[in-house]
Design a binder for this molecule. Structure first.
Ligand SMILES: Cc1cc2nc3c(=O)[nH]c(=O)nc-3n(C[C@H](O)[C@H](O)[C@H](O)COP(=O)(O)OP(=O)(O)OC[C@H]3O[C@@H](n4cnc5c(N)ncnc54)[C@H](O)[C@@H]3O)c2cc1C
Length: 330
């Protein structure tokens, strides 16, 4: 690689538009690039990238590098990796950021390995370590019990950011930048993984990650049926439904409802939890909520340490009264 310079964001494209998490990562990258007095680029691999490329410039990038090929249509990871690694070699960035999305989790370790460096996973914050000029990140360790500040020693420094850790910048349609295609030989015949089928699980109503109100249930609900009550409550509030991992693991609700370290990260204005103990791994996904309201029968439950408002009691008694009060307000 040429001498490393600048910050490169590994972008994601969804339905021909820039993925929301990429906008968030661009906000982090913009701040980092400004701090280092350098440029911010984004790498995009896929098909039909024109719209996403302009959106990336509007969202803070100075330069866009693209590999646009039909072979990248189905999202096969090895071909994406080859395309994005080619962009990295061409750009020779000092720092690389990506989102810890489903694709980012597959891509990040592979890309770092291919570049011969380590990967900082699940970062909440990235900044410049002024002493070394390298990237410094804040990330949870020991299941979210401790926040560690870690510095990369090698170059490029690669960090995967937790979704919702940063708010995207307000798009600025007047921002200009360059869009450069990168050429790479994609050896489709050598791909060891082929995508056989892709299924999209659409969630009805408000999307959990984007909802301003979320109602979540946990093991304390005792089974799948009480989630119908939560569904009714969510309907009254225009809220999305979530769950703890215990409820998901029990098979009471689908996996894409899970909030937490190994589930979704949410940042709603209001988060109502029912029968959730508030384990650190759960809180890792909802600590960005502005107001947490907890219903739990155990006054010592950890959730009450984080909740602004709490009701100590059996949800079967509390929830109907709570819903009646909301009906009254309406
Ligand atoms: C590596 C790792 C990753 C993990 N990732 C996640 C994750 O992403 N998300 C996640 O949620 N968890 C995750 N977990 C699991 C986590 O540690 C907890 O086990 C889980 O969050 C507990 O779910 P819960 O609060 O529903 O159940 P419990 O901890 O069993 O809590 C149930 C609560 O319900 C209350 N309750 C019981 N009956 C009633 C009633 N009638 N009325 C009112 N309250 C009642 C109880 O007092 C209790 O506080 C992870 C764990 C590990 C090790």
């Amino acid at each position: 690689m040429a001498e490393a310079h600048g910050v490169l964001v590994i972008g994601e494209v969804s339905d021909e538009h820039l993925h929301n998490t990429t906008r968030e990562v661009l906000a982090a990258g913009r701040a980092l690039a400004d701090q280092a007095g350098t440029t911010l680029a984004v790498g995009l691999a896929g098909t039909s990238l024109a719209a996403a490329a302009s959106e990336a410039l509007h969202a803070g990038a100075d330069h866009v590098y693209t590999v646009e090929r039909p072979a990248l249509l189905d999202g096969a990871i090895e071909l994406h990796l080859a395309a994005l690694a080619a962009i990295c070699r061409s750009v020779a960035p000092a720092m690389i950021l990506l989102g810890r999305t489903a694709q980012g989790r597959e891509l990040g370790p592979r890309l770092a390995c291919r570049l011969g460096v380590g990967l900082l996973q699940d970062c909440l914050r990235v900044e410049l370590d002024t002493a070394s000029g390298h990237l410094m990140a804040t990330r949870p360790v020991y299941g979210g019990n401790v926040l560690a500040r870690v510095r990369c020693m090698a170059t490029p420094q690669v960090a995967a950011l937790r979704p919702k850790a940063y708010a995207p910048l307000t798009p600025d349609a007047t921002r200009q930048g360059t869009v450069t295609p990168v050429s790479v030989a994609l050896e489709t015949s050598k791909a060891r993984v082929t995508i056989v089928r892709q299924a999209r699980q659409d969630s009805a109503g408000v999307k959990l990650e984007d909802a301003s109100i979320v109602v979540s249930g946990g093991r304390g609900l005792g089974g799948p049926e009480p989630f119908r009550d939560l569904e009714e409550l969510a309907g009254m509030l225009g809220a999305a439904l979530g769950a703890s991992r215990a409820a998901v693991d029990a098979g009471w609700v689908p996996g894409n409802w899970q909030v937490g370290l190994t589930g979704k990260t949410i940042t709603p204005d209001l988060y109502i939890t029912v029968g959730i103990s508030g384990a650190n791994q759960h809180m890792a996904g909802c600590s960005g909520a502005k107001v947490i309201v907890a219903i739990n029968k155990d006054a010592e439950a950890n959730i009450f340490r984080e909740a602004r408002y709490g009701v100590v009691g059996d949800w079967q008694a509390v929830l109907p009264a709570f819903m009646e009060a909301i009906r009254g307000l309406k």
